[in-house]
Design a protein around this ligand. Structure first.
Ligand SMILES: *[C@@H]1O[C@H](CO)[C@@H](O)[C@H](O)[C@H]1NC(C)=O
Length: 221
């Protein structure tokens, strides 16, 4: 039997590829985010206390890993600056991944949730822009502007399965932030991150938010 050196080489490279080398966007994609990195900017995600508050909504860093990486890959979010900004926003908004609905002040704001705690108008846009939920969202709320609280919560419930809930921040960034914001985050500058928070997310820069972003940036770099 004869095996050419060339065939052996092909076989070797086939195995290297199939054993986990990046095959998609390999020039842009960083390595996947790890649980150790997540715990550096979201230390509360090490565990979920059994019987704790919102225990059914809590996810540990180990559980967050595949969900976050799937979302980054789905939306092509490949740079450290973008990933650090999006992941730290998610952990900041949800008390280190402890909940996925607005609870404060009780009983919380109807229709607001997912892992970046989006408000209802954006939850509705996200539902309508997602193949699996678009028809259901339209049927529930033909006119989002006049939806009552129960309807808002019903639309939110469509987006709370983990795969959709953990992708909402990446969806929002991809669809609601303009190109100058994208360039700012890709450059991983503090001013780029501040513009993302104030001009796209639409909230204010605080020391706590900045600390979380810088910790994520350092952990992922
Ligand atoms: C979501 O919105 C984007 C940008 O407008 C569009 O290209 C895409 O087709 C939409 N997807 C769905 C499922 O509506």
């Amino acid at each position: 039997m004869y095996t050419s050196p060339h065939a052996l080489l092909l076989l070797t490279s086939f195995f290297v590829t199939s054993l986990g080398a990046p095959t998609h966007n390999s020039l842009l994609n960083r390595a996947d985010v790890t649980a150790t990195q997540i715990q550096k900017f979201a230390p509360g995600s090490a565990t979920c206390a059994a019987g704790g508050q919102f225990a059914d909504e809590c996810r540990t860093a180990d559980q967050v890993v595949p969900l976050l990486n799937d979302a980054f890959n789905e939306f092509g979010i490949a740079t450290v600056g973008e990933r650090a900004a999006i992941a730290s926003l998610m952990s900041f908004e949800t008390g280190d991944f402890k909940f996925d609905r607005n609870h404060f002040p009780p009983p919380g704001k109807p229709g607001q949730g997912t892992r970046n705690l989006m408000t209802f108008p954006f939850i509705m846009k996200y539902a309508q822009n997602t193949t699996a939920t678009a028809a259901k969202a339209d049927a529930l709320s033909p006119n989002p502007a006049t939806a009552d609280d129960a309807t808002k919560n019903a639309v939110l419930a469509l987006m709370l399965p983990d795969d959709l809930s953990f992708a909402s921040a990446s969806w929002f960034y991809t669809n609601q932030c303009d190109q100058s914001i994208v360039q700012g985050l890709q450059s991983a500058t503090e001013s780029g991150w501040e513009n993302y928070i104030t001009e796209c997310v639409g909230t204010t820069v605080t020391d706590d938010r900045k600390t979380a972003y810088l910790a994520a940036l350092s952990a992922m770099s």
